[in-house]
Design a protein around this ligand. Structure first.
Ligand code: UD1
Ligand code: CA
Length: 462
């Protein structure tokens, strides 16, 4: 049984070098804020609580936090030690461990955190930290060890001597610590250093001096600890993220044709034998079943797809799609579009807040908004639900097996009854009874010989 664990995520920093009005931790990788990546990574650790330290852009960060995650204000950014200390009043007599992370380190893996926790518990350590050996450790805090190899502290780059700067093992800023010990150590911090800050790292040295055990897990993969400070770094980590995410899905039996051009968000799920083509972007809580094809340059956000779904070059958000359904190319599904099984939706069809029953078809150039479309309905080319009168939206109901001929306007609210048949080119303003034919267009008039007659009249009066 592990000790109780509470997470503290530092996210108050400004991120000056991003040159942005948006707080750094809300910049995105694969459609998810950096902070979201961190929260997702720690979500499986069985945490007793998650506290996010907010400062710069606090309101924006707070608005992003999911329920169950609390924001703790740090009104002035006086250093990482000061940041962590802001949770002290919130933790009260908590006796367990705290996991401390930065909100701008998106590639840290759950696996590495689990290993850090196992090391912490196996060594009975008071503090455990994550480190890496870097070819260029400039800027990072260096891990200082004694002759026996025990960690005695961390020295910040700006405070380090030449000899200390030669140390290539760096602190990645991720820790697990016994809260009662850390709380006491935080109270001893002073800002007497090169940056005039309260360093969290000084608390670790303090505990080491007091004879407490400091454990250290050195990761083989320094990218896991890399924070985002610039937009160039953001792009670089995005590329690494894409490669890793694609690897993970390929290992699960998904074909990713070209990982370099494919973006798959951290909350996305993909079923076996599905194929994701180049340029596809899968975001939010998108779930794709088995044997699906997500065609080139399609974008899906918060879309739920069953099995055997085919989506070609289309833009979908907040939609649900049943088994064996075909979408696109160039379809647009948005806000509450629901397609049943074996639906066929073709090019230039837009669906909003509408449900199409199993086997329904809208093969070309249609707009379905605020509509309930039954099973095996045929929506002809150019059909439009006229759902908006300038003030309010109204419903169109098309019952099972109905046929709506091409270029029909359905002026809502209106119902086409079961197996009703609407002649092409109709403007439907009244309900169509079940099984009836509706003709809603002006009768055609043919005037024999009219063209010849006009030519003669024009010639007589030029
Ligand atoms: C810190 C470590 C350093 C380590 C490096 C790894 C300290 C003193 N140093 O340095 O040893 O090598 O991380 O990246 O801890 N933050 C706040 N409030 C503050 C200050 C910082 O919330 O008052 C947040 C920042 O937004 C950031 C994180 O804490 O997410 C780390 O702060 P940062 O200033 O980047 O620390 P470093 O100087 O990089
Ligand atoms: Ca940093």
């Amino acid at each position: 049984m592990s000790r109780a664990l509470i997470a503290i995520v530092m996210a108050a920093g400004k991120g000056t070098r991003m040159k942005s009005d948006r707080p750094k931790v809300l910049h995105e990788i694969a459609g998810e804020p950096l902070l979201g990546h961190v929260l997702h990574t720690i979500s499986g650790l069985g945490l007793a609580a998650v506290h996010v330290i907010v400062g710069h852009g606090a309101d924006q960060v707070r608005a992003f936090l999911p329920t169950g995650v609390s924001a703790v204000d740090q009104f002035e950014q006086l250093g990482t030690g000061h940041a962590v200390d802001q949770v002290t009043p919130h933790l009260g007599p908590f006796e367990g461990d705290v996991l401390i992370l930065s909100g701008d380190v998106p590639l840290l893996s759950a696996d590495t955190l689990a290993r850090l926790r196992a090391r912490h518990e196996a060594e009975g350590a008071t503090v455990s930290l994550l480190s890496a050996r870097l070819q260029d450790p400039t800027g990072y805090g260096r891990v200082v060890r004694d002759e026996a190899g025990q960690v005695t502290g961390i020295i910040e780059h700006k405070d380090a001597t030449e000899a200390q700067r030669a140390i290539d093992e760096v602190n990645l800023g991720t820790y697990i610590a016994s809260w009662p010990h850390l709380r006491e150590a935080l109270a001893t911090l002073t800002p007497n250093n090169a940056q005039g800050e309260y360093y969290l790292t000084d608390a670790i040295a303090h505990l080491a001096r007091a004879g407490e055990r400091i454990a250290c897990l050195c990761t083989e993969d320094p990218l896991e600890g890399e924070g985002v400070n610039t937009r160039a770094q953001l792009a670089r980590l995005q590329a690494v993220y894409q490669a890793r995410t694609a690897e993970r899905w390929m290992a699960e039996g998904v074909t990713v044709v070209n990982p370099a051009t494919t973006i798959i968000g951290p909350l996305v799920e993909l079923g076996r034998d599905s194929v994701v083509e180049p340029g596809a972007i899968l975001l939010g809580r998108t779930r794709v079943g088995e044997r699906c094809l997500i065609g080139a340059y399609s974008q899906l956000r918060d879309v739920r797809c069953g099995d055997d779904v085919e989506i070609l070059h289309s833009y979908l958000s907040d939609a649900a799609i049943g088994d064996g359904t075909h979408v696109g190319p160039y379809a647009h599904l948005r806000a509450g579009a629901e397609l049943g099984r074996k639906v066929r939706l073709g090019n230039f069809v837009e669906v909003k807040k509408s449900r199409l029953g199993d086997g329904a078809k809208a093969a070309h150039l249609a707009y379905l908004g605020d509509a309930q479309v039954g099973r095996n309905v045929n929506i002809g080319c150019g059909v439009i639900t006229v759902n908006y009168d300038g003030t309010k939206k109204s419903q169109t109901i098309i019952e099972d097996d109905a046929f709506v001929g091409s270029n029909t306007n359905l002026i809502a609210p209106v119902t086409v009854g079961e197996a009703g048949f609407v002649a092409a080119g109709s403007t439907i303003t009244h309900n169509v009874p079940a099984g009836a034919l509706a003709l809603g267009r002006a009768r055609q008039v043919n005037k024999e010989g009219w063209v010849k007659l006009r030519r003669e009249t024009t010639a007589a009066h030029p």
